[in-house]
Design a protein around this ligand. Structure first.
Ligand code: HDE
Length: 684
């Protein structure tokens, strides 16, 4: 039984059920429903003769194959989705009329798609990139799409620059190299020409760009939006998703190896967690700013390259989202899902952020080419659970059979239907645009309040722990190390001087450039909420532990430890010298068919045999290099010694036993990664 069968179906599931096609026990037909006797041999004039044009089954099959592809998304092509549910903790009627935010008894179905941005559909999951975090709420008042990212800022301030940015980060036009990488000349040329990118670039060079799991990523709406209440009063709002498992990343060296070992690392992780019933969860949080405070900050709320530091406006947790169901068909659901920032419901409205305004046009437009016509909202995954009644008609792939003899408004023939949503002057449940006062000349000019490109980049740098700073410097060195033009690197370092002199110095030294002359003084402000060093949660739930075993493993010593770890929600996989069983234990993977980078921690239980085994020693040393918790039962002590680890942080030897051993190991895993191990080991 799949896990979702255990829970009561929500409205969206019941709607999707009507579109399910179950082939069990069926017989083969054409698309026209004609039964077919043979789909393996085309119709020929004689056994060795030419194929006949009248073979309609052959022609239909080939035609359908030729047309299987639709254009991949121009950005965010690589993605993975899941269904789930959202529930608000307490009513937010003070701020909004959106009923999914006002009624704590209401369970709102959702579909979420996570993605990378630059790579094509078949690219690896674990590249250095922003991750998309797009949520479609199927509310009773219509679909609301919160199309966010795992970073709270964007590289550009005005949507008219999006084409330029995307062309710069995508593979270069002459040779289509590199795939899904920002480490090349055109991206860094764009950065040096466009200093508004710099705050975003700091995030991109940080560990946020290489998440351990979609389940361990924050999400941000990025723009400032508006909530509007029943009195028509608006409040500015920023949306945050906070993962219940904490925000965690891979380490760069690990990323490079994961790509070869499992290009579907993040996709598989999400899928497996849901299949296992370990449903990923996020809290929705709001930063709420009264309209009267619009100009109270030293940045512009409409500027999407800025955050509101949480220390200035706290994030208020308002609800929880649980992803509990995998799609049944990747193409039908995850590929065809169509998000649009303009999909809002009563009580949620836009601001004049020029990036948001551009997006409201773009997403709508992109679906026309991607999904082949204007009826994409009728595709099951996109269909609202709220009823749809209007005079929109026809177009490619129309599936509705409208009964009315009219398709215009105002009419008298159909009794005026569909009529206005306002009944007897009652506007409840009706979308009303917020009546913002607008007054201005038509100009192509950026507001001076958008001019500061460095202060928040500095804030981000100042907020990082020592190991996060080290990772950022190394990321700059990797990226700029792949840039061929020296002048581009020099210009980038020139910008870094304005962020922080120490950062610029370290990057310059690594690139063999003179240490730059002192720039402006660092303002010294920090926002601790930005550091992932502060995000570890006290759990080992869903952490993957590799247990190295052999035929000499003491199963009696291992089993209670394994059961205790699984009891805390960890996932243990036994890795042995061969498939089948070892020491009466079932081996999940053969050692050479897996790699330490696919696990969060390692338990050595091999009985001494692996101490002579090169791949096993490499497995342990590599896990150490990547900061992972390592523990050895008495049988694993020889392997632990053979690994000659250059440090002891997060390494649990066989001296402890029983509950103390399990607890020490679990505590080491909860830390996520022991970044304070020998600095030299992290130099790549
Ligand atoms: Fe997007 N973006 N975007 N974007 N974006 C698309 O829409 C675009 C921006 C984001 O899983 C496209 O359906 C413009 C910010 C996500 O299906 C396209 C601008 C943020 C996804 C598009 C932006 C995002 C997209 C491509 C600047 C974070 C994946 C396919 C004005 C807040 C959604 C599609 C999914 C996808 C345009 C800026 C996030 C071309 C023009 C800012 C998560 O319409």
């Amino acid at each position: 039984m799949r896990h979702e069968d255990a829970v009561e179906k929500d409205e969206k599931q019941r709607q999707l059920d009507q579109h399910r096609v179950d082939l069990k026990g069926t017989r083969l037909t054409t698309d026209q429903g004609v039964l077919i006797d043979d789909t393996d041999n085309s119709l020929q004039a004689g056994e060795r003769g030419p194929t006949l044009l009248e073979d309609f089954h052959f022609r239909e099959k080939i035609m359908r194959f030729d047309h299987e592809r639709i254009p991949e998304r121009v950005v965010h092509a690589r993605g993975s989705g899941a269904y789930g549910q959202f529930r608000v903790y307490e009513s937010l009627t003070e701020y909004t009329v959106a009923d999914f935010l006002c009624d704590p008894s209401l369970v709102t179905p959702v579909f979420v798609r996570f993605s990378t941005v630059a790579g094509s559909r078949g690219s690896a999951d674990t590249v250095r990139d922003v991750r998309g975090f797009a949520t479609k709420f199927y509310t009773r008042q219509g679909n609301y799409d919160l199309v966010g990212n795992n970073m709270p800022v964007f590289p550009i301030q005005d949507g008219i620059k999006f084409l330029d940015f995307v062309h710069a980060v995508k593979p270069e036009p002459h040779n289509e190299i590199p795939q899904a990488q920002s480490a090349h000349d055109t991206l860094w040329d764009f950065v040096q020409c466009q200093p508004e990118t710099l705050h975003f670039v700091m995030w991109l060079m940080s560990d946020r760009a290489i998440p351990r799991s979609f389940r361990m990523m924050q999400g941000f709406g990025v723009h400032t939006f508006r909530l509007v209440n029943a009195e028509g009063r608006a409040t500015f709002v920023k949306f945050h998703w906070t993962p219940v498992l904490g925000t965690h990343s891979l380490v760069w060296d690990e990323v490079l190896r994961v790509q070869g070992n499992d290009p579907d690392f993040n996709r598989r992780d999400l899928w497996d967690a849901i299949e296992r019933g370990a449903f990923p969860e996020w809290e929705l949080g709001l930063q709420i700013v009264p309209e009267s405070d619009e100009h109270a900050f030293d940045f512009d709320l409409l500027d999407p390259t800025k955050i509101i530091p949480e220390e200035i406006v706290p994030v208020r947790p308002v609800g929880r989202m649980t992803l509990n169901r995998n799609p049944e068909n990747f193409f039908a659901e995850t590929e065809q899902v169509a998000f649009c920032t303009a999909n809002v419901v009563p009580g949620i409205d836009f601001t004049n952020d020029p990036l948001l305004q551009a997006r409201n046009f773009s997403y709508f437009d992109t679906q026309l080419i991607r999904l082949g016509g204007p009826n994409f909202a009728q595709i099951p995954v996109n269909q609202p659970v709220a009823p749809v009644h209007n005079d929109n008609r026809d177009g490619y792939h129309q599936r509705m059979i409208h009964q009315s003899g009219t398709s215009y408004s105002i009419n008298s023939i159909s009794g005026g239907c569909p009529m206005s949503g306002v009944v007897s002057g009652d506007f409840s449940g009706v979308f009303q645009h917020y009546q913002e006062r607008v007054d201005g000349r038509k100009i192509r000019k950026r507001s001076p309040s958008f001019e500061d490109h460095y202060s928040q980049a500095t804030l981000f740098w100042n907020s990082m722990s020592f190991w996060e700073k080290r990772h950022i410097v190394n990321a700059f060195l990797f990226e700029l190390g792949h840039v061929e033009r020296r002048n581009i690197k020099e210009k980038v370092v020139g910008h870094l001087v304005h962020i922080d002199h120490e950062l610029a110095t370290q990057v310059a030294l690594g690139l063999g450039m003179p240490v730059p002359a002192g720039g402006p003084a660092n303002h010294g402000k920090a926002s601790p909420a930005l550091s992932q060093a502060n995000s570890a949660r006290k759990t080992i739930a869903t952490r993957k532990i590799a247990i190295l075993v052999t035929d000499a493993t003491d199963a009696g010593a291992l089993t209670p430890v394994k059961e205790a770890l699984e009891g805390q929600g960890a996932i243990c996989e036994l890795i042995g010298p061969h498939e089948g069983s070892a020491a009466s234990l079932a081996v999940d993977r053969q050692l050479t068919a897996t790699n330490s980078v696919l696990y969060d921690a390692v338990l050595l239980a091999d009985g001494g045999l692996l101490a002579e085994d090169g791949p096993a020693v490499h497995f342990v040393r590599e896990a150490f290099k990547h900061g992972k918790a390592i523990a050895a039962l008495p049988g694993g002590s020889a392997l632990l010694q053979a690994a000659r680890l250059p440090g002891t942080q997060g390494v649990i030897g066989p001296d402890a036993s029983g509950g103390a051993f399990v607890q020490a190991f679990a505590d080491a895993i909860k830390v996520h990664r022991h970044y304070d191990r020998d600095v030299a080991m992290f130099s790549a």
